[in-house]
Write a protein that binds this ligand. Structure first.
Ligand code: CTP
Length: 405
């Protein structure tokens, strides 16, 4: 099979970090994979790598000035953005990341980035403290949430003499990451999968809520995994700090169980499958005060009256058509298998993922999980403790087996 990069036109953006010395190698690897490459550089990048080197390895003129009359693309940066099928900024400094996240266009490269609408990759490279800075992390999260593929930096020796995270990923790995994303995008099956993730918050008054410890990690790992396989993912997320990175994920943020219910019942009919991993609050306060409830001076206790929330999974079970797949999660502490099997039947599921709270490292907040998958035919697959990413792969394998790619 042809390499996915073969015949593609790739713009390699280069900014002013020491890792720019590796950019010519990246260009060579892309050319070797069959891509046509044009480099777009900042002034500072040219302190680290010469224009002549880049022109020699790419075989194309370097784009560096907005108003360079010699450059066929220069009168309009627009023509270069139309020319490129994908773009990678490597290395991406904190400065260009800040500009991208804030829509700043003050030179040739940032102007081009602002108008570029096709697959976009960045490979950050900087000193560890800069990388860990809250503003930089916020900018990266924002770019990820808006479909930019961030190729995370690696740990190792840094130019400043210290060692830590912040080294630009090696050009070979960058090319592999680009191939992975571009090949899944080109093989998008068009099948849509609905995922619910995270907790729900049920308001008591204007400042308090009933919630739970779910972080959403499992559901988000599932969304990324399925999107990377070419499924169109609709992710309905409760309140969480997590960001999504794949452009194949459409995210709907909600707060309460009823909002999650509304979004899920609206989206489900157009989906081939739904995987409900959210930790939905079973009950909510009957009355929600629109002001902060004050405690009275002689008050020793307080009673909150709760009413039941709709069961989203059970509702989708009643809506499910023959051609749809429905997957639930179960969190049990006693009679785990029996209860999970009962839930599978009662809610009309195709399979259920039983979460164990008994095992160290599994469940809420952890990066690992240990699950047992039980299907309609009675097959029981007991998993090991694995990363949530690996568990997501197992679940995605089973989904793919049942609905196809
Ligand atoms: N779920 C849902 N809507 C609810 C409650 C739960 O969609 N109102 C879904 C969860 O996303 C999960 C599954 O139902 O996929 C099981 O949730 P769990 O809390 O284990 O079970 P419940 O059905 O709430 O039953 P119980 O609390 O009695 O164990």
């Amino acid at each position: 099979m042809d390499n996915v990069l073969s015949g593609k036109r790739i713009i390699v953006g280069i900014t002013g970090g020491i890792a720019a010395y590796k950019a010519p190698l990246l260009v060579r690897l892309l050319v070797k994979a069959g891509a046509e490459v044009t480099c777009a550089v900042t002034d500072h990048a040219l302190q680290f790598v010469t224009e002549l080197t880049l022109e020699t390895v790419s075989g194309n003129r370097v784009y560096k000035e907005l108003f360079d009359r010699q450059n066929p693309h220069s009168t309009e940066h627009i023509s270069l953005k139309d020319w490129g099928d994908a773009m990678i900024v490597a290395p991406a400094t904190a400065n260009i990341i800040g500009k991208m996240a804030n829509g700043i266009a003050d030179d040739a490269l940032s102007t081009l980035l602002l108008s570029f609408r096709k697959p976009l990759f960045i490979a950050p490279a900087m000193n560890t403290q800069m990388l860990e800075n809250y503003a930089l992390q916020r900018n990266l999260d924002y770019l990820r949430a808006n479909g930019v593929s961030v190729i995370d930096s690696a740990s190792g020796e840094l130019a400043c003499g210290s060692s830590g995270n912040g080294r630009m990923e090696e050009p070979e790995r960058i090319v592999e990451a680009m191939e992975k994303v571009l090949s899944t995008e080109s093989h998008c099956s068009g099948k849509r999968v609905l995922i619910t993730a995270g907790p729900t918050y049920e308001k008591i008054d204007s400042v308090r809520f009933i919630g739970n410890f779910s972080t959403g990690k499992m559901g988000f790992a599932l969304a990324e995994e399925l999107a990377s396989r070419g499924y169109e993912v609709v992710l309905i997320a409760g309140p969480t700090q997590l960001a999504t990175s794949h452009s194949g994920i459409r995210r709907i943020d909600i707060v309460s169980a009823r909002e999650m219910y509304d979004a899920a019942t609206r989206e489900f009919p157009s989906c081939s499958a739904a995987i409900l991993s959210a930790a939905v609050a079973d009950f909510r306060p009957e009355h929600e005060a629109d002001h902060k409830i004050k405690k009275q001076s002689d008050q020793d206790d307080m009673t909150l009256h709760l009413v039941q929330n709709p069961d989203i999974l059970a509702t989708l079970g009643t809506m499910k058509r023959e051609d749809q797949l429905l997957v639930g999660f179960a969190l049990e502490t006693d009679n785990e298998l029996e209860n999970a099997k009962k839930k599978l039947a009662k809610k009309n599921l195709d399979f259920i993922v039983l979460n164990s709270l008994q095992d160290k490292g599994a469940g809420f907040g952890h990066d690992t999980n240990k699950v047992t998958i039980i299907d309609r035919s009675g097959n029981i697959d007991i998993g090991e403790l694995k990363s949530k990413k690996a568990v997501a792969k197992d679940i995605a394998d089973k989904v793919a087996l049942l609905i196809g790619n």
